[in-house]
Design a protein around this ligand. Structure first.
Ligand SMILES: NC(=O)c1ccc[n+]([C@@H]2O[C@H](COP(=O)([O-])OP(=O)(O)OC[C@H]3O[C@@H](n4cnc5c(N)ncnc54)[C@H](O)[C@@H]3O)[C@@H](O)[C@H]2O)c1
Length: 326
């Protein structure tokens, strides 16, 4: 079924991939973004007959009515993204990631045409887990950063609100993303490691023993389309982790995957005994209940990011526009 979908954060790393996927799937897409990192990522969809763009800051209440006009599904990606960016600008993070998100959500509830709301949450909500154990959607949350605390608080609002019976909100807890997008990011572990090795730098890895789950940006974006295509009773008021259980890696395993493709990579390990974010995630729920399956693994992300840098199509991978902190 073709939908009218609002994607907030449409110009971002995940949003710019998602917009293309939704257009290919036949939907009409309104992208909303304040363009904090520019808008080049949307250039190739601008002429598309089913795409329109609204440049707006979600903190502006006047932006909401035009954003939601004729919309039946919202994918809410816009945020101040990552622990460092939120720590650097905590007031902005709270205003965008919580206050503006709640205002958008309440406006959606009050807009009868809107029946789906997909929220980009994060596996960072788990924080530090018991070593050796897997966490999943039923595990206690232990957010250890402002970024994750704000995600948890908005999840609570999303799942705890008395919503209309024809309104299906869903929280997706994304793994850490890797791979290429029209808005590349090099402040994410895999992409950053590949950039540094490809540019001939010595990679210094802190806390190589700590686990995290990873997921390719195309598969993550695909999970949003999958949720929108799933029956509302299966996804409404639900949380799904997005990733693949086999794609949990220790940082030293990431380094091994890089070395498999770049045998002369220079890699040093810097011992660290504590990391507040150390978790392995079991992603059985989204696979079993929605049929989610990844199409790319970490070695694929490594290969494509390295190829793009080597080919020179990302002229300056160190440029500030490719990371979320100055
Ligand atoms: N990248 C990851 O590893 C990852 C992991 C887990 C969850 N997520 C979540 O996925 C979502 C997208 O992440 P991303 O990696 O694409 O980030 P990104 O920073 O590349 O994109 C975010 C976009 O939101 C826009 N934006 C920010 N504040 C806004 C505002 N007030 N009004 C309008 N637009 C605004 C920015 O301009 C940017 O284009 C975020 O909610 C993030 O928390 C990302």
């Amino acid at each position: 079924m073709a939908r009218n979908i609002l994607v907030t954060g449409a110009a971002g790393y995940i949003g710019s991939v998602l917009v293309r996927q939704l257009l290919v799937a036949g939907h009409r897409v309104r992208g909303l973004d304040a363009l904090f990192f520019g808008g080049d990522s949307l250039l190739s969809v601008f002429g598309h007959p089913r795409f329109e763009f609204q440049r707006a800051d979600l903190r502006d209440p006047a932006a909401l009515a035009p954003a939601l006009a004729d919309i039946d599904a919202v994918v809410h990606l816009a945020a101040i993204v990552g622990d460092p960016a939120c720590a650097q600008q905590p007031d902005l993070a709270e205003a965008v990631n919580l206050d503006a998100a709640v205002a958008l959500f309440e406006r959606c509830l009050a807009t009868p045409s809107v029946r789906r709301f997909v929220f980009a949450s994060t596996c960072s909500n788990y924080g530090r887990a018991t070593p050796g154990e897997f966490v999943d959607e039923t595990s206690p949350l232990n957010p250890v950063s402002l970024y994750a605390r704000l995600k948890v608080r908005f999840e609570e609002c999303l799942l705890g609100s008395a919503v209309r019976s024809d309104f299906a909100p869903t929280a997706l807890r994304f793994a850490t993303v890797h791979g290429l997008s029209p808005r590349p990011r090099f402040d994410l572990t895999v992409n950053e490691f590949v950039r540094d090795v490809t540019l001939g730098r010595t990679l210094r890895i802190f806390g190589e023993q700590f686990w995290r789950p990873y997921c390719h940006v195309e598969d993550l974006a695909g999970s949003c389309g999958l949720v929108l295509a799933s029956p509302p009773e299966r996804v409404g008021r639900r949380v799904f982790g997005v990733g693949d259980t086999a794609e949990n890696y220790q940082k030293r395993m990431l380094a091994d995957e890089i070395r498999a493709q770049v045998p002369d990579a220079r890699i040093e390990y810097v011992p660290r005994i504590e990391d507040p974010r150390d978790y392995r995630v079991d992603f059985s729920r989204i696979r079993a209940e929605l049929g989610f399956a990844i199409t790319k693994r970490v070695p694929d992300g490594i290969r494509e990011v390295r190829a793009a840098i080597l080919a020179g199509v990302i002229a300056d991978p160190d440029h500030v526009r490719y990371r979320n902190i100055a």
